[in-house]
Structures are given as C-alpha cells and as structure tokens.
Design a protein around this ligand. Structure first.
Ligand code: ADP
Length: 484
C-alpha cells in the first residue's frame, strides 16, 4: 500500500511525547514490510543539529500554495530515519517552524499545523505520490480528512481512491481555536462542513473535525477506545465517537525493538537479557551513582520517567511513598519536567529524603534508558493513559511496573498472582494515595522472595509488545478503510 503519514513529532528529530516514538516506529515497520511510506513532519529548529544532514528534494526547494488568505512558501528536505532506510520528508518553512520548542503558544499555532497538512498533500502531488491512505495523527493533522474531501477531491490523478485514518494519541489535546481563524484553514468555502453548533458558538475543534471526516478513527489501546466513548473519558467528543463506533478501533502502540532492547542498549552500563538478568544489578549501581544516591542490593529502586502533567496522576506519589521512604524500604528516581506543582513536589521529596530520592528535572533520553535498566520498579499512577510506552519498556527491561488500571496500562500489565506466579506487575484501580500505596506494598511483599520476583521479571520480559506484532493490525485496518 501507499501511505502518507503526517505528524507533528518524530523521534529523534522532534519529540515531546509518545506520538514521536510511534511516528518513527510504525512507518519504519510498514516500510520494512514493503509498503511505500512517505512521512511528513515539520522541520523544527531543534531538528537541525550540526550532525544531521537534510537533503533538498529536486524541484521542491520552493513550493508556493495558497491557503485561505495566506501564501505558503515551503521547501521539502529529506533525512533518513536512524536504524532504518525510511526517508522522512521534512517541510521546511522557517517562518513557521524555526522557533524554540516544538509546540508554542504563539497566535499562529493553528496555522503552523494547517500549513503542515497542506504542504504534505501538496508534496504528494509534486512527488507524484498517490497515497491509498493518508494517516493523520492527533489534532495537529486532524483537518487532513476534510482538506482532502473539500479541497483535493478534484485531483483524481493524485488522490483517486485515497482514504484517511485519524489516530487519536491523546484526546486531551483537541486543537480548539476561535471561529475567526476559519479563513486560515483554507476551508472557508466549506464552512458548512464544520460542526455547525460549534461554529455558531465561535469555535473550531480540529480533533472533532477529524473524527467527523476520517474514513476510520483509531486510538492507541483497546481500553482507551472504550473509555473515550464514555462521557467521563471522552467529554464532549464522546457522542461523536459513539456515533462512529463501528470504525473507532483501539490498536495498542508497539515499542521499537531496536531502541528499547536491554541486550543491545548503548545507553546503559551493562547489557543484559532474560538469561543474564544479574547484569541488571550493575545498571542499578550505575543509576544510583549517577543520581547521587547510595546503593543497597536489598532496597528496591522505583523509577518515574514522565511529562509532569495532571494526566499522569503524580500528585499521589509523595503521600503514597512517604511511609516506605521513611522506613528506608524504597528509593525513588524521577526524570521529568513540566508543571511547577509536580516539579516542586519532587524537589521537596528529594530535600526530605536526600539519600533515597533523586529528581532530575529535564529531558534526557540516556537517563530514561538508564532508569528503565537500573530501576527495580516503575511507577505510572496515571489519571488516564491512552497507551503509555514506558510500562512496555519496563516489561522488556525486567523492571516491574506499578500502574493504574486505565487505558493502555490496563491492556499491557497483568496483576501478579503470587499463588499461580502469573502476571507481570501491580495494578490498582482507584485514583488515591492509599490505592497506590497498597500496590507498592504488594510489590514490597514479593520483593524479598527472590524466586517469585525473578519469575515476575521474566513474565514481563517474555511479553512481545514490539511493532513487529502490532503493525499487522494497522495493515488490516488500512485494508478495511480502503473498502469503506
Ligand atoms: P506521553 O506520550 O503521554 O508523554 P508515553 O508513555 O506514551 O507518554 O510516552 C512518553 C515517552 O516520552 C517515552 O518514550 C518516555 O521515555 C519519554 N519521556 C517522557 N519524559 C521524558 C524525559 N523527561 N526525558 C526523557 N524521556 C522522556
């Protein structure tokens, strides 16, 4: 199949969260399986590091198109995805993308991504690429299905039977902008195709528009697909998702088998596998040294790697862990940045327990790998979690996840049963300090029993959540979309 995959983030060029990992790994796997895949992403300032070469595409160094009242001028440059032969097409438009950070709060934020949609489709036309599927991701590219329908259906040459897929990576971000920006979408003539009540109320919701017009809508885990169709989980978009329930599918994200593999991981002190799990201990020592904490073989280390936002439920952590920290039964290593509230709480926890808690405020891929390899436990008490990648990395690294039973966490971590020895982690339901504390306590009960603990680790390491497995589900979905 021919697939145009359009995304606001792609690892390692520009990553904010899980979307970036998926946008690299899924297309790479589709490409490996022989599909013709073109990935389109913005060429942000942060992607242009001195070690990277971006090659201009012949005849596409200066493309000019009209989008509403704007004349959009952009170039297309390519770079190869590391560890793959997949070529990524970057939209080079410095006026929009040469800024600090990936997302901004600038007044033209909506237009930065409208432009991405138009530029990607225009690049398909110039490249002579006729996609069977245009795959949009999250609100940033959710206008693609409507743009295809309203603006490009005349181009029977290039988009003869093109179908669209919208993947919702996180429904919390919907791209809601004032109706006065309608002209900027280049869809003013198609105002009647937007949700009329919303438009009359003065807003345009990009995600909603995508849900209305995509041939198929997917999200990133079966449980999240169910949750967002409830009023509690889906809010005002729930009725629209319910209305399309026959085409709303939850497909679990995969993890990159190359990037997250304890047997080959170049970021960790000592590589290891299920057959040589002792090697993990060297990584624990190394992690603690790096984080300035003393090492003890008997005390388990819990890790957190996360955006520090409301979604992640991290306000439960200090209260839940306090008794275990005070009793010297646990250490905690945290990597993340985000809201002051959470940064402050981890700084405070570190101040109170300097020998047991260490907080690194910032973003570090290497440290994320070191934590996955060196921690014994991994905490994800998320309020909601569309899929979550870290718990799957943890399973692969023999690091036992403690997760809240929500979204993809519920789909990927099975509660450990100490009688049967089945299960891969510890799961709690209620979003409360005491429920999290009870789950941590269950883990600490098993921890001293080395055989049981080893069994738990090996159960997790035996799971296969790599893209190699998940990609065939997307292939089926694309095939089905072509028949709709
Ligand atoms: P989300 O997309 O909500 O942020 P996911 O678990 O799906 O959550 O993906 C998060 C990704 O971002 C993981 O690959 C994780 O390792 C990475 N990550 C998050 N915060 C940091 C950080 N501070 N440093 C390094 N990697 C991070």
């Amino acid at each position: 199949m021919k697939i145009a995959f359009v995304t606001a983030e792609i690892t390692p060029f520009a990553k904010v969260g899980g979307l970036a990992d998926v946008s690299a790994a899924l297309p790479a796997e589709l490409h490996r399986r022989g599909h013709e895949v073109r990935v389109f992403a913005p060429l942000y300032r942060r992607a242009r590091t001195p070690d990277r070469v971006f090659t201009p595409v012949d005849d596409l160094d200066r493309v000019e198109i009209k989008v509403g009242p704007h004349t959009l001028i952009f170039g297309v440059k390519t770079a190869t995805l590391p560890k793959s032969s997949l070529v990524v097409h970057f939209i080079d438009c410095p006026g929009l993308y040469d800024r600090d950070g990936v997302y901004t709060e600038d007044p033209d934020e909506h237009f930065r991504y409208v432009a991405l949609c138009y530029a990607a489709l225009s690049a398909c036309q110039h490249l002579g690429f006729s996609p069977d599927i245009v795959h949009a991701n999250d609100w940033q590219t959710a206008l693609l299905p409507l743009i295809l329908k309203a603006r490009l259906s005349w181009d029977k040459n290039r988009f003869p039977n093109t179908r669209s897929v919208l993947t919702i990576h996180n429904l919390a971000h919907q791209g809601v902008f004032g109706a006065e920006t309608l002209a900027d979408t280049g869809l003013q003539d198609s105002a009647h195709l937007f949700h009329q009540d919303q438009l009359n109320a003065g807003v345009i919701n990009y995600m909603l528009t995508g849900i209305m017009y995509a041939t198929a809508v997917t999200t990133v885990s079966p449980t999240y697909a169910r949750e967002i169709q409830t009023d509690l989980g889906g809010g005002m978009l729930a009725p629209f998702l319910r209305a399309r329930r026959s085409t709303v599918v939850g497909i679990l994200n995969g993890i990159s088998a190359d990037e997250w593999n304890p047997e080959t991981d170049g970021d960790i002190k000592k590589q290891y596998s299920a057959a040589s799990l002792e090697g993990k201990e060297a990584n624990k020592r190394d992690l603690l040294t790096q984080m300035g904490l003393p090492y003890s073989a008997d005390v388990p280390v819990a890790g957190i790697v996360s955006r520090l936002t409301w979604q992640k439920g991290l306000e439960l952590v200090p209260g839940a862990l306090m008794p275990f920290l005070a009793a010297g039964r646990l250490q905690l290593v945290v990597l993340g940045s985000g809201a002051d509230l959470y940064e402050g709480q981890f700084m405070e926890l570190q101040r109170r327990f300097p020998k047991q808690v260490s907080f690194y405020r910032g973003f570090s891929n290497k440290l994320a790998h070191m934590i996955e390899a060196g921690a014994d436990l991994f905490l994800m008490p998320s309020r909601f979690e569309p899929c979550g990648l870290n718990q799957m990395y943890s399973l692969r690294y023999g690091t036992v996840p403690i997760v809240r039973k929500t979204g993809g966490l519920a789909d990927t971590v099975q509660p450990f049963n100490s009688v049967t020895g089945a299960g891969t982690g510890f799961v709690f339901d209620l979003l409360s300090e005491s429920s999290l504390a009870a789950a941590v306590n269950r883990a600490l009960q098993v921890w001293p029993h080395r055989t049981a603990w080893r069994r738990l680790q090996l159960n997790g390491m035996a799971q296969d959540y790599t893209w190699a497995r998940q990609v065939s589900v997307y292939e089926e979905l694309y095939r089905r979309a072509l028949t709709l």
